[in-house]
Write a protein that binds this ligand. Structure first.
Ligand SMILES: Cc1ncc(COP(=O)(O)O)c(C=O)c1O
Length: 478
């Protein structure tokens, strides 16, 4: 045998470790399945938050190999057990994700087959699946067939795509930037501000529109701000509304804002990352009237459809403006392009190679149908009402009734400064960790936030939360 062949075969013997045989694969799967079952079965009794610090060097890589069992043990002790447990129904802080099991199965298949879902040529099936999901979302939000969209890693990247398209449609560059105006609410998610900085619009003029007592945009103020800016020779070009604010669960008056955007020829963006899928519920459907007027919309299945983190979506009506920044042809791609091909995800996103993330939504939808998702959303709305009623019973003050499932509360302490008391209360709640809640500042007031969106949050979770909050409050009041 030639020396070259010998060298290749020697290396092959070592590199073969990367292709476990069927028996090893079955063993791995069994071990992972055992791990997942222990994890899921223990979720209900596990704390939703732990502030315990990491063991020093817990994640250190070494040349010494470990068995999968040992690796899972490290994972359980250092990753799973520390910080917030997003898979727990007791996670009612920030915006919970949840993480339905059947999505994890889909991810497993997507990873094993490793489909290249950026280009139709590489995987027509994967791209067709992702485009089907985009079409499904277009129909939910009343977008026309001609709109395009993308499945992103989350709401922030979806927002980046949407706002880049708005920028390109209106040609906001160079000297135009400093004269251009964006209208939004103080309650928009900070990914909007981040996106504006990233896309070179840091120096645009931002107008914060006045809000009503429910944290919704006051449209008269919006109209008059636009009028004044036009009279001053400025360049209004974008209005951003939210259908489900992160702090207050508020839905802006979408239709009225849409009318204003249309009259003034402005791009209309709606951030429905958290709240969008509540449009599927009977009780809240009407709150979303006017959402179809948006030029771009962001909605996150890893929030409102309870998927594990890693799936957002953007829809945009104007294909040309999306293509302006995202569509590209390179010589080495020549085999993959042709006329009359479906929209390639790579043409609607900064990403070329990406995770085949469509399967994690398509498979559960095929398997379960839409009913359990809608029931779960309706359940979250009722649990929000139930939680608020229970908090009132134990002496807390509530923020205004939310449009969706995020709201806030505080304890009206007389003995010491109210903000200080509530800050201590949150610290106490975090130290307990049975259920996780976060805090925020509303109108300069420190308040405790509840965000009910995990598919695992049930009636008994809320009872547990109320008991924990009451216990913490009593402990501090002593
Ligand atoms: C209303 C809203 N928009 C956008 C985002 C950002 O989404 P992501 O965290 O998926 O990037 C969030 C996240 O909580 C949100 O609540």
């Amino acid at each position: 045998m030639s020396h070259l062949k010998q060298q290749i075969l020697e290396l092959q013997r070592v590199s073969e470790a990367l292709e476990p045989n069927e028996e090893q694969r079955n063993t791995y799967i069994q071990e992972v399945s055992n791990y997942a079952n222990t994890f899921i079965n223990g979720l209900e009794d596990a704390k939703a938050f732990s502030s315990e610090p990491l063991t020093p060097n817990a994640m250190a890589l070494s040349n010494e190999k470990k068995s999968l069992k040992e690796i899972l043990k490290i994972y359980a002790a250092e990753v799973e057990a520390k910080g917030i447990k997003p898979a727990s129904g007791g996670h009612i802080g920030y915006v919970p994700g949840g993480g339905i099991y059947t999505s994890a199965i889909a991810d497993y298949i997507a990873d094993v087959t490793n489909e290249y879902s950026g280009m139709h040529f590489a995987s027509p099936g994967a791209v067709a699946m992702e485009n089907e999901l985009i079409d499904w979302m277009k129909s939910i939000f009343g977008f026309p067939e001609t709109a395009i969209g993308n499945l992103t890693s989350g709401g922030s990247i979806a927002t980046l795509i949407a706002l880049t398209s708005a920028r390109d449609k209106y040609g906001i560059k160079n000297a135009k930037i400093e004269k251009s105006v964006i209208y939004l609410s103080q309650q928009v998610h900070h990914c909007i501000n981040k996106a504006l900085r990233i896309i070179g619009l840091e120096d645009v003029i931002i107008r914060h529109v006045e809000l009503d007592d429910y944290s919704r945009i006051i449209t008269d103020d919006l109209s008059s701000k636009i009028k004044n800016d036009k009279a001053a020779g400025l360049n209004p070009f974008l209005i951003i509304a939210s259908s489900g604010t992160t702090d207050t669960g508020a839905i802006d008056p979408l239709q009225e804002i849409g009318d204003i955007a249309k009259t003034n020829n402005l791009w209309y963006h709606i951030d429905a990352a958290y709240g969008g899928f509540f449009i599927l519920t009977k009780v809240k459907k009407d709150f979303f009237k006017g959402i179809e007027m948006a030029d771009s919309l962001v909605t996150d299945p890893h929030k409102g459809l309870f998927l594990p983190y890693g799936l957002g979506a953007v829809l945009v009506k104007d294909k040309a403006s999306v293509y302006h920044s995202h569509h590209y042809r390179a010589n080495y791609m020549q085999d993959a392009i042709g006329d009359n091909m479906p929209v390639n995800p790579a043409d609607v996103s900064p990403e070329l190679t990406k995770h085949f993330r469509g399967l994690r939504l398509w498979l559960p939808l095929q398997l379960h149908g839409i009913e359990p998702f809608v029931a779960c959303l309706e359940e979250k709305l009722l649990l929000t009402t139930y939680f608020r009623e229970r908090l009132l019973e134990i002496g807390f003050k509530l923020g205004p009734e939310p449009d969706l499932s995020v709201s806030y509360f505080w304890y009206p302490c007389k003995a010491i400064d109210e903000n200080t008391f509530n800050e201590r209360l949150v610290k106490e709640i975090h130290d307990d960790g049975e259920v996780f809640l976060s805090s925020t500042i509303i109108n300069n007031k420190f308040v405790i936030r509840m965000a009910i969106l995990s598919f695992r949050t049930k009636l008994k979770t809320i009872d547990k939360a109320v008991k924990m909050i009451d216990k913490a409050r009593k402990k501090l009041s002593l």
